[in-house]
Design a protein around this ligand. Structure first.
Ligand code: HEM
Length: 498
């Protein structure tokens, strides 16, 4: 696999950009000679307002423009901060792994603390390391495998009432389905009655998220009675109430000696005791997690774990409806593995292992529509990437959406071709040309769960139904916290004759 060379003229622009940079790190003047910045936009971003590639709420346009114009690495400034956009797998590896210790999560993500507090996504070390270690057993491969039957049961019961020719919103259906799956498997909680409310509240929060990240000091306005903000607060309070209820019920159950044997993530969190620290007094009682910390972790897993998978599945159904030959091949695999007619069986953990093409379909859908469409980090010290030396305090972004559609790594990138993920072709591909789950120490803890859920849901639904796209226009991706289809994904149900 070849990676794009840095174009010679970029070096000149880089020097010019470095010469031009005088206000680094919140206005602290720095000697430009000490740093060698990548090529990029000459002026601060607001200068370009009005350009088609600068549009509020559509950051992917900017990333695409930077890639097309400057190549593997580009820089721009926004509100006194240097931002580096990286579109080279070697640099991404440097940021996430090799020089990972020189980075923390960047501000946009830090901002999710409004919603998620100090949960696993938003916390930094040492809290993050301690919490990740404690929660790891719940995401261990063996444990995850135990959820296969529950996933299939929930998927089957959600489609039990489907009728031929009915119209469904694939996105709403997948949201409800994956929310129930997370609640049942990881929190051993029944949320069927509350599911729609939780989903609507999450939607309201997502709508506001872009607004929140676009205005840097908005946190300080969060207590004001602005209509959108009020709605955000109400939705968050309702989500908190659902989560608090789960925690209190489980605490009470465990105090009665019940609950431990459930062995789910919620019991693990409630029962957890931190390891003694060197400066603890001898004999000091081991401390458990506060309700607040458990709330942050539970809400984090809830939101990280259902929205992402649901969006990936919605896009997969859409792509299958547009690519009948892929759909037919997937159906053939489902019929071979799960049987047909009176021999047909629901998928199981064993069949999951055999549904290789279905997994490739899911992988290819996440290439084109990665639910996590971009990631960011902030440097805490000077960082060297290739020929460039970048000051501390710079923000680094890289986008799965842009990288996964780069023709250098994925020829004919817009073609939906699950064969790109055959074992041979996967082995040939450089790491970080495809990274829907991130990488390094902050790699998605739910990755195994997501793969299994995705494949088993595709199999449970796909063995019985074909979803035909019935919308007027193709769904448009919206870059929110996840990459969601805008509006409704109308699908007509067609029963499969098998
Ligand atoms: C298709 C589905 C999913 C995708 C595409 C996805 C993607 C990602 C990505 C890219 C990250 C890294 C973010 C960063 O480093 O800045 C991440 C982190 C995380 N994901 Fe997922 N995720 C998915 C499903 C899940 C599921 C099912 C769960 C839980 C059940 C989950 C829980 C988390 C958590 C807790 C983190 C933070 C990990 C840490 O920082 O230690 N995700 N996810």
């Amino acid at each position: 696999m070849t990676t794009p060379p840095l174009m010679p003229q970029q070096q000149d622009v880089a020097t010019a950009a470095a010469r031009e940079s005088t206000s680094l790190q919140n206005g602290t003047a720095a000697k430009s000679a000490a740093y060698r910045l990548p090529p990029g936009l000459k002026h601060s971003l607001p200068f370009y307002a009005g350009k088609p590639w600068v549009k509020l709420g559509e950051p992917i346009r900017l990333f695409e423009y930077l890639k097309e114009t400057f190549g593997a690495i580009a820089t721009y400034r926004f509100m006194g901060t240097h931002i580096v956009f990286v579109n080279d797998p070697r640099y991404i590896r440097e940021i996430l792994i090799t020089q990972g210790g020189s980075f923390v999560k960047e501000r946009t993500l830090q901002r999710m603390k409004i919603l998620l507090g100090e949960g696993l996504i938003t916390s930094d070390d040492p809290i993050h390391m301690r919490q990740r270690k404690m929660m790891a057993p719940a995401f261990h491969r063996h444990r995850i495998m135990g959820y296969a039957d529950a996933i299939v049961r929930i998927a089957a019961s959600n489609i039990a009432e489907w009728k031929p020719d009915a119209i469904v919103d694939a996105n709403a259906t997948m949201m409800v389905l994956s929310l129930e799956i997370i609640a049942r498997t990881l929190f051993d909680t029944e949320v069927t009655e509350k599911v729609r409310g939780i989903n609507e509240d999450t939607n309201a929060i997502m709508r506001l998220y872009n607004f929140l990240v676009a205005f840097p000091r908005l946190e300080s306005f969060l207590h004001l009675p602005i209509p959108g903000v009020l709605q955000f607060r109400r939705s968050l309070a309702r989500l908190d109430a659902v989560v608090d209820d789960m925690i209190h019920t489980r605490r009470a159950e465990m105090a009665d000696g019940k609950g431990q044997e459930r062995g789910d993530l919620l019991s693990l969190l409630v029962a957890s005791r931190y390891e003694a620290e060197p400066d603890d007094l001898p004999g000091a009682p081991a401390l458990g997690m506060s309700d607040r910390q458990i709330r942050d972790e539970v809400l984090t897993i809830f939101l990280a774990g259902y929205e992402t998978v649901a969006n990936a599945l919605s896009w997969t159904w859409y792509l299958l409806s547009q690519n009948p030959e892929v759909e037919t091949r997937m159906h053939r695999e489902l019929d071979e593995v799960l049987g047909t007619g009176s021999d047909r069986k629901l998928p199981t953990l064993q069949s999951y292992g055999a549904l290789r093409y279905t997994e490739q379909v899911f992988a290819e859908a996440m290439r084109l529509f990665p639910p996590a469409w971009a990631m960011g980090r902030k440097s805490t010290e000077t960082v060297t990437l290739g020929d460039y030396t970048i000051p501390p305090g710079a923000h680094f972004f890289f986008s799965q959406y842009v990288m996964h559609r780069s023709p250098e790594f994925f020829p004919d990138p817009l073609r939906f071709d699950p064969d790109r993920f055959s074992p041979e072709r996967k082995a040939e591909r450089e790491k970080f040309t495809y990274f829907p789950f991130g990488g390094g120490g902050r790699q998605c803890i739910g990755e195994s769960f997501a793969w299994m859920e995705g494949v088993l849901v595709l199999a449970t639904v796909g063995q019985r139904w074909r979803l035909r796209f019935a919308g007027d226009e193709p769904p448009v991706p919206q870059a929110r916290i996840t990459l969601r289809p805008r509006g409704i994904v109308r699908m007509r149900l067609e029963a499969r004759e098998t």
